[in-house]
Design a protein around this ligand. Sequence first.
Ligand code: ATP
Length: 246
Amino acid sequence: PAAAKVLSLNNIEVVYDHVSLAIKGVSIDVPEGGMVALLGANGAGKSTTLKSISGLLVAERGEVRRGELQFLGRNISALSPQERVKLGIAHVLEGRRVFEHLTPDENLIAASAVRSRHDMHRNKERVYSYFPRLHERRAVASGYLSGGEQQMLAIGRALMTQPKLLMLDEPSLGLAPFLVAEIFQIISRINREDGLSVLLVEQNAVAALEIVSHGYLIESGRIVMHDTAEALKRNPDIQEFYLGGT
Ligand code: ATP
């Protein structure tokens, strides 16, 4: 039997300002407990796709004009971003946005979406167990953290909402390769240990295809390829345009 899906996009179209068609019929499935990458160049529509799922399009005068959006078998199109967070959708925006005047500890507490203090503390300790470096820096204003540490904090904030699906927008952006490898290994570990499903948006196809099982390639708002990570790595077009060629 086919694996249950945590997320299913069927033919999604998004327009900004009623006119500009940014994605033109995107279909993507994320299996429960799976890790899937959405790859593509600048401006292809990756961020727009994630915003259609988290509902953050509303902040940019964007709207889903057509298509179906299902999370755990439920149509979420009419839900607010807050309601989607409550259902278990976490979206780490591009550019590691954290509160720079707050410490990592305060940032995590501010991001918590659970009721009980006990659960909040347990979630925070779990974030620190994944990111020991954040624990070391927990009392420093976050503006003083390195880019890699801020990315870890942005992921940690998303984990404070106890998500079932973690969506990451270009977590590797501007980071040294060893840090990208470290953060991606931690994402893999969270996926394995917590059963958290992951949708990873990346321009860095090399790093992304190391950790996901499947990938989608988006070009000019359309999915043009969908395959296993192994097959994508061997595909000549992917090699030429996204893996630096050989
Ligand atoms: P990047 O990695 O550079 O963010 P992307 O693949 O995530 O690229 P999107 O940011 O989703 O691409 O952009 C897809 C298309 O939608 C582009 O043509 C872009 O110009 C357009 N677009 C994105 N945001 C808006 C907006 N707020 N208003 C109008 N058009 C937008």
